[in-house]
Design a protein around this ligand. Structure first.
Ligand code: F6R
Length: 359
């Protein structure tokens, strides 16, 4: 039931702070992580984690790679399930597979799980929003996202829920291994700060709507750019934009633009820069400047402590490792309002189904 909301997507975007709180209640007791001890043993012994997903879930996996490598210090590879299913990868002896799937029914991802079970015989965990789904049943372990049903075709709260759970799992592994960073990380507090920051963004939706109307109403294409975690959010924000507003949108690593793609920048091309990572903020700003010099219409989405007077949208600061959870909400709302403005059905975009059960 979407209640007073015109579309499920807007309701699901608004629910995200509450979803984070539900995940905290389900998996944290104050700062202690509560997860199956067998699962924790196997994860802690892994020499490499493979994260498998499609679309938005793949994008959540990219953020997960950063978290597992930084907090749990386990080398992590993220793979697009449809590519991996028929590939001939060299699988490490102590590999552990994590499947990310909102629906738990994505055929491309299931195809990989079949090989994990039958051919490679490795331990696996499915992180899904549907407790009794195929991927949940067929993996050795499963945990649920606690996001509640996601009805809109464009995935929003499942993406942020997946990242929050990856952060919790990475913290648990890092603590078991006595890594200082994980031990000092108050994951409960950090997630509470994230939920507050998300709330501040959804409370500012009028401003985001204005930016979408001013810049995305009749453009044919658009670019999201960033570096590191900001690049991963750029990929997700651009997927949201293309799937519902039909704007030809690309997410790009900002430093890569000058190696070819900058040729596409014309007078008025919208370029949305995401800046939440202190170590690359200046680099992304110079890349934005390069596009501006070629006529781009630059829009910036920037964490408060990195903001400058000319920035378009300022978002609250959180621990930079968790900033994707906040900046992506701007991208979701931008896609939502661009689509409304262009007069399309937000919840039921053309050519798409909520869960993709064919390979
Ligand atoms: C995009 C979107 C899709 C799904 C993808 C995987 O908004 O919803 O890209 O993320 O089809 O679906 P799940 O997570 O159900 O495996």
């Amino acid at each position: 039931n979407k209640g007073a909301y015109p579309y499920y997507m807007l309701k699901e975007i608004d629910e995200q702070p509450a979803v984070i709180h539900r995940i905290q209640s389900a998996y944290l007791n104050k700062n202690e992580v509560q997860l199956n001890s067998n699962l924790m043993d196997k994860l802690t012994n892994a020499s490499r984690i493979y994260i498998v997903g499609a679309g938005t879930s793949y994008h959540a996996g990219l953020v997960g790679k950063h978290l597992f490598e930084k907090i749990a210090q386990i080398p992590t590879e993220v793979v697009v399930s449809s590519e991996f299913a028929y590939d001939d990868p060299l699988i490490e002896q102590d590999a552990f597979f994590i499947f990310l799937s909102q629906s738990g029914e994505t055929a491309d991802s299931r195809q990989v799980l079949v090989r994990v079970n039958d051919e490679w015989k490795k331990p696996s965990l499915t992180i899904t929003n549907v407790a009794n789904s195929t991927l949940a049943r067929e993996a050795e372990f499963s945990v649920t996202l606690e996001a509640g049903p996601e009805i809109a075709v464009a995935s929003t709260k499942a993406y942020t829920a997946q990242i929050a759970l990856e952060a919790i799992i990475a913290t648990a592994i890092g603590r078991t291994k006595n890594f200082e960073m994980a031990q000092n990380l108050d994951i409960d507090l950090e997630l509470s700060k994230v939920a507050n920051a998300m709330q501040a963004v959804v409370d500012e939706k009028g401003r985001i709507e204005q930016v979408a109307v001013d810049n995305l109403s009749d453009t044919r294409n658009a670019f999201y750019i960033g570096r590191g975690l900001d690049y991963f959010v750029a990929l997700e924000a651009s997927l949201k934009l293309k799937e519902i507003s039909y704007i030809q949108a690309e997410g790009f690593a900002s430093g890569e633009l000058k190696h070819g793609t900058i040729a596409l920048i014309e007078k008025g091309t919208p370029v949305l820069g995401i800046i939440t990572q202190p170590q690359t903020a200046d680099n992304t700003r110079s890349n934005l400047q390069e596009t501006k010099a070629r006529g781009a219409n630059v829009i910036t989405i920037v964490s408060e402590s990195l903001a400058q007077t000319e920035d378009t949208l300022i978002i609250p600061d959180v621990n930079p490792d968790f900033a994707p959870l906040v900046s992506v909400v701007v991208g979701q709302l931008m896609a939502y309002y661009a689509t409304l403005q262009r007069g399309y059905n937000v919840d039921q975009p053309r050519n798409l189904a909520k869960s993709v059960t064919v390979e």
